[in-house]
Design a binder for this molecule. Sequence first.
Ligand code: HEC
Length: 150
Amino acid sequence: MREKIQLYILLSVAVVTGALSATAAEPNLKEIMQGLRNDAVEIADGLFLDDFTRVEEAALRIANHDRIPPEQVQLVAMELGTEMPAFKQFDMSVHDLSLSIAAAAEAEDRDRAIANYQSMLSGCLACHAAYRVRVAAVLGGATAANDPGR
Ligand code: HEC
């Protein structure tokens, strides 16, 4: 009987921690984007202060952002169809530019870091112009900053 209770407690703990780690490990696209935003602001702060370590670390966090959960990728692919490669291309381009920012920051090359930062922001905004509202709609996210639901 005691063993049974112990086993039950162990299993409950395993289930609860499993559920917690599943939510922690799998942010949705909107949460990923909020992280990108924070790191983009962090890069700007680093550039304003010539703090290259701060720039490099934030740029690497952007480069290594979590993957989009597979269920969400599927919904996006269904919505975008043949445009899916273009959507992925924006993601790749921002990824590559964030690595260039990190490399420039490591070399303490301010001009190159700034140029790459500006290109990266253009990449963020180009994807938003093309897809943000449309994709947010299929993922059930907010559609605009002035959406009263926010
Ligand atoms: C491949 C396309 C793509 C790229 C590249 C991209 N975004 Fe996004 N972003 C989206 C989509 C789609 C949404 C809407 C997600 C949702 O609402 O579910 C979004 C939403 C956001 C939001 C709003 C989150 C909210 O609270 O509603 C912010 C902030 C954001 N992105 C920042 C960034 C930054 C910063 C970058 C560049 C470092 C970036 N994004 C690059 C597609 C992209």
